[in-house]
Design a protein around this ligand. Structure first.
Ligand code: FEO
Ligand code: CA
Ligand code: CA
Ligand code: CA
Length: 589
């Protein structure tokens, strides 16, 4: 029985019991409406989705696969009408094409046809969907003038200091300024000027083959983990074969800025924000009006970054069109005394020079990871989403796990060896200014089951047996500045619970108390938490329901562990965006 506290909770919803099954569950008094499913038509005059009649052209007009980041951009200041911008991170071919008959990932890659690969490419990227709230529920506006699908083939511009560099040039694009598509877009952000930032994350999975012997990009390729393909695209497309197009990987791993108000606009890969496995790109405006983007590089022993624009945020979208092309990218160094510093990745300083293989700022940005290590950035336990609390200005860093950290490698900011459950760091910029060079920091919570002393979790004693979680991934703040955390990986680590949403107290005596709000179906992770501006709707993204889990034995390549949300024998499980509301209306939580 958790300790009692005189201090009332910041949240008033009844806690949901933790567990794992085929369904989505939300706290009593709330309802969850499935808003957009993979395959749902976004344009007029399309038939209902039939998984046995897929085509690349059809997928380009339908909601994509594995929804991750969700952003809501109000239209005309109307809380009941807005643009939902959604990342489609990756595809699960074994679930999309039930006919494959493969029993493992290698088999899936080998079994895919050229057309199925083209469908996968069309199911990646992102969607812009106008949604309206009417008659008690949200619905997409099919055929809205704003509707857009972005795919792995959408023409994009490369901008900023690395644009036009020979290391970005290919036979298809000798100038190094045009690229086809974005891939593995995980989380992201929405800017104050109404654009959508989308982070390209695990881009290494898409490239097969080997670089030519002695190729100059060999070190760079190794740092980015190339050589472990999870997709068969290179069987049909030379640009995804390293032996044929060695520079193509340098054209991925960036933050993409998209104008959702203009479906004809060209998305821009903003190289000033660095190249690595970008989790997200949530931001805040500094005291002097410059725009600050917090950036996590989601891999074991990689870093936390921050970009500060050179210019200030102006009033209109047009005036901010190139704001993210110049500024300072920095890596975080966490000291044991609870202080920290942003170290600028600026060419010609700190050893980022020709003697170390950095001939220009373009080289620093193309090999951000190597530059960050050289400067002494702190290697972290897989930095995922990083977001600033709009009320307090404090910044929260989700560190999902790192089971490779040895006892010799622990430090104050990554305090547990074999960190299976992750932790959350709270960072307070000096003087409350997001552009300050220094900050203070502390661990808000070490995740995992408190009843197991060997886990060394640190939730407050008020946290119930349902209230703890592992593997924080995404987070969101509501309009009151309350923190909500989404998880990825609980059902894989035999925690006895599915992933979901937990509400987290950050203030007063209840700080460090978490409370279970929503549970996703087996196999899924929880992405995209995003509040509508009036806090009356909470949009969440259920990603890869029914995904086979080789480690945990939940589901297999032949048989999905759930068929959520349709539960029809003819329909595979479908990644979907869900709108959560309070029954009878009112603020969430
Ligand atoms: Fe795509 Fe870091 O999760
Ligand atoms: Ca994900
Ligand atoms: Ca993520
Ligand atoms: Ca994750």
């Amino acid at each position: 029985v958790p300790a009692a506290s005189a201090e009332p909770s910041a949240f008033d919803f009844p806690e949901l019991a933790a567990g794992i099954d085929e369904h989505l569950h939300v706290a009593e008094g709330y309802e969850a409406q499935v808003l957009l499913r993979w395959g749902d038509p976004l344009y007029a005059d399309l038939a209902a989705f039939d998984p046995t009649a897929q085509s690349p052209e059809g997928q380009e007009k339908r909601f994509g696969y594995n929804n991750d980041f969700v952003g809501f951009i109000p239209l005309d200041g109307d809380a009941n009408r807005g643009l939902l911008v959604v990342n489609h991170e990756y595809t699960n071919a074994e679930l999309m094409f039930a006919c494959l008959g493969a029993t493992d990932r290698k088999g899936v890659i080998a079994a895919l046809s050229a057309e199925q690969v083209a469908i996968e490419m069309a199911a990646h990227g992102g969607s812009v969907v106008e949604i309206r709230h009417r008659d008690g529920g949200w619905a997409p506006v099919i055929g809205s003038a704003f509707t857009r699908r972005i795919t792995a083939r959408t023409p994009m511009a490369i901008t900023g200091p690395a644009a036009g560099h020979p290391r970005l040039a290919t036979a298809a694009d000798p100038e190094g300024r045009r690229v086809e598509g974005m891939i593995n877009n995980c989380s992201g952000g929405v800017t104050p000027w109404g654009t959508w930032l989308s982070g390209e994350e695990n881009i290494h999975y898409y490239f097969q083959g080997r670089l030519p012997e002695g190729h100059a990009e060999a070190g760079n390729a190794k740092t980015m983990g190339l050589g472990t393909p999870q997709y068969g695209w290179g069987r049909f497309h030379e640009r995804f074969d390293l032996s044929k197009t060695p520079n193509e990987p340098n054209r991925f791993g960036w933050v993409v800025e998209i104008d959702p108000f203009d479906p004809a606009s060209t998305p821009r890969k903003r190289t000033a924000l660095g190249r690595f496995k970008h989790e997200g790109a949530a931001g805040a405006t500094a005291g002097d009006g410059r725009y600050v983007v917090y950036l996590g590089d989601d891999e074991r022993f990689q870093h936390v970054y921050r970009f500060v624009s050179a210019g200030r945020v102006a009033a209109t979208r047009a005036e901010n069109a190139d704001l993210l092309d110049s500024g300072t990218l920095s890596v975080a160094r966490f000291e044991a005394d609870g202080t920290g510093r942003w170290l600028a990745l600026t060419h010609g300083t700190g050893g980022l020079d020709a003697a170390n293989g950095f001939a220009s700022q373009a080289d620093v940005l193309i090999e951000t990871r190597r530059a960050a290590k050289l400067l002494g950035g702190t290697p972290m336990d897989r930095p995922e989403d990083i977001e600033a609390n709009p009320k307090t200005g404090r910044v929260y860093v989700m560190l999902t796990n790192n089971t490779k950290r040895t006892p010799e490698q622990i430090d104050a900011a990554n305090p547990r060896p074999l960190n299976a459950f992750g932790h959350v760091i709270e960072l307070s910029p000096e003087g409350g200014d997001h552009s300050a060079e220094t900050f203070r920091w502390e661990v808000l919570v070490r995740c995992g089951e408190p009843a197991k002393p060997e886990v060394k979790a640190s939730f407050s004693a008020l946290t119930t047996a349902d209230g703890w979680f592992g593997m924080p991934d995404n987070c969101a703040f509501d309009g009151s500045g309350r923190l909500w955390i989404a998880t990825d990986g609980n059902n894989r680590r035999a925690t006895g619970r599915a992933d979901g949403i937990w509400a987290m107290e950050t203030e007063g005596p209840r700080r460090g108390t978490s409370r279970h709000f929503l549970q996703v179906p087996v196999g899924a992770e929880m992405c995209g938490p995003c509040f509508a501006p009036d806090d009356r709707t909470f949009f969440v993204a259920v990603q890869h329901p029914g995904e086979p889990d080789e480690e945990g034995g939940l589901g297999s390549y032949e048989k999905p562990s759930t068929r959520w949300p349709d539960f029809s024998p003819d329909m595979p499980p479908r990644p979907s965006v869900v709108a959560v509301t309070r029954k009878g209306g009112g603020r969430i939580g």
